[in-house]
Design a binder for this molecule. Sequence first.
Ligand SMILES: Nc1ncnc2c1ncn2[C@@H]1O[C@H](COP(=O)(O)OP(=O)(O)OP(=O)(O)O)[C@@H](O)[C@H]1O
Ligand SMILES: [Mg+2]
Length: 694
Amino acid sequence: LVEFQLLGNVEVRVGEELIDVGHARQKCVLAVLLVDANREVAVDKLVERVWGGQRLPVRPVGALQTYVSLLRRALASAGSVVISRQRSGYRAAVDAELVDLHLFRSLLAQARAAPAAGRLLGKALGLWRGEPFAGLDTPWVSGLRAELALQRHTARLDLTDIQLRRGKHAALLSGLAAQVVEQPQDERLAGQLMLALYRSGRQADALAQYHRIRHDLAGELGIDPSPSLRRLHQQILAGDPALTPRVQATSARRRGRAVPRELPAATAYFSGREQELAVLTQLTDRAGRRVPGAPRVCLVIGSAGVGKTALAVRWAHEAVGRFPDGQLFASLRGFGPSGTPAAPAEVIRQFLASLGVTPGQVPADPESQAALYRSLLAGRRLIIVLDNVRDPAQVRPLLPGSPGCLVLVTSRNQLTGLAVSVGVRVLSLGVLPEAEARVLLERLLGCDRAGAEPGAVGELVRLCAGLPLALTNVTARVAARPRLPLAVVAAGLGDGQARLDGLGTGDPATDVRSVFSWSYRQLSAGAARMFRLLGIHPGPEIAVPAAASLAGRPAGEANRMLDELAAAHLVSESLPGRYACHDLMRAYAAELAGRYDSREDRRAASARMLDHYLHASHAAARLLRPARDPVTLTAPGPGVTPEVPADRAQALAWFEAEHRVLLSVIAHAGRRGLDVHAGQVPGLMTYFLHIRGD
Ligand SMILES: Nc1ncnc2c1ncn2[C@@H]1O[C@H](COP(=O)(O)OP(=O)(O)OP(=O)(O)O)[C@@H](O)[C@H]1O
Ligand SMILES: [Mg+2]
């Protein structure tokens, strides 16, 4: 096959072989004849086009003749072209399709009318190998070169428009950015880059592009951006849903592209969580109506076994109708016995397969895989569930670049870095309220059994601390022994260690103790110690100063450690500066303290805790009931830093806040026979009654 190439160096190829068509001037003669292929070019025109503006040879017509005969000889072996002498000039007879310039123009013409214009334009642009007529320099050549460059530029813009419509923005980004550097004042180009950036989730960069070109145009030309560019800018500012490509979604469906259905089955006895489900539904409604700025990512966070996955899956099942392009589900293995957390690249490959990409079609490098993943999602409406995530870095590469998809993330961590991003909504899940926990347990146990022993059911609910994982584990045990009275089960669960044993299943994925341990293991040493010591504190909550005394550390440090525990969802910040820990978690903490902290350490912590409440109560009592007989206490032990209220109001506030804690500390100390230093507990009790006014 012979190819005549003008869009680059002027070359003639037969297959792989390059035919020598002589030096620049001779090449120029060939080029002029090929540009006007199959037409006669008059001699004077030829001379003008080949030598224009430069010194003519002594006998131009003769020189022309020589070049033509040299060309004929050179091209004889190639065939496919015949250069003949005409009445007043020369003519190259050739199949125009073999000349790249003509093929280029014909493809552009076809593209204007064709539905598959993208392919035609891509083919046309693929013909270019460099600057047309490289190395040839006459006014005619320059003019033609400029005209071709313009056609190429327009074709590129047209192709980009088509690709943008098909949701290929991610793949276009780098090419567009490079073109903008070359042609900073092209408004159509700038608009395309803005749109591609916006659809890739880079709204700020898109807006920055607008400001750049507006500045350029004003500075260089003294004009404003065109109305259409200004409108695009406004749409980007407003997050206009019309900017989302739709074509691909419909064509994807028409082409029967894979619609993944990866949701696990929903929990059979799902109960409660009305409020949380309503929040999620509201989110989808807004996403469904494409409300600008609607969140597209929802983080469901909470402690181990609280029901994050169950909620996400349950809701995703409800919402499938609104996301017709399917559901993707992946466990990121952030916490669990199954080894390392999943790498985002691994999940992307999994999702590509789910989206119907065959192994042969998967690009080699992770970046192209990620780009393909985002392009496949562009313009489609899917639910993506990323379950059991450890940190934001695991999630970010998996977020689609354009709106339309809803991403549900579950994590035992706070994912702070992600939670503050635009378009991210956080749903924090606590344990089930007692009534809901009871309903769940009754449903799990069945009416017969639950109805027969309502008292024991209540006891089981209490022992499970509203934690769904514990509730399901306990029923799994009970179900295995249909004749065992519930009261016996409840009594068997007892307290502490035994309770955790009783709630265990032997399966590391659901065993309450091992489920907690995955959160515990990621803690820093200081926070881990604080957590264990919280097992000594009877609850229901602890303020920062008391925690500082318990651990024997300064308040600032205690604060940071509690924050870390809250981020890991091992405790929750019930009020600013006050931390709560549900009963099962506390039992787990106490168990760990028993294992890892020496008897003396635990005793010392208990003593500091009692000392703390003793001195703080004393200080409050003095302010609230100054009339009562003053007592002089020995100074608090080392590491104890009790709050000292400044006035009556503060003393009252302290007592209000600590009332329940003081009660439980006193009750707990009584049960355990604690009185670490002689008189601590009786003293505490005295002040408690004292403040209360008894
Ligand atoms: N609202 C609910 N109704 C019924 N069952 C529930 C509910 N919430 C959770 N469960 C059940 O409790 C158990 C633990 O729930 P789930 O696995 O969703 O917890 P999780 O918060 O995702 O825990 P992890 O942090 O370990 O991933 C599961 O067996 C689940 O089916
Ligand atoms: Mg889960």
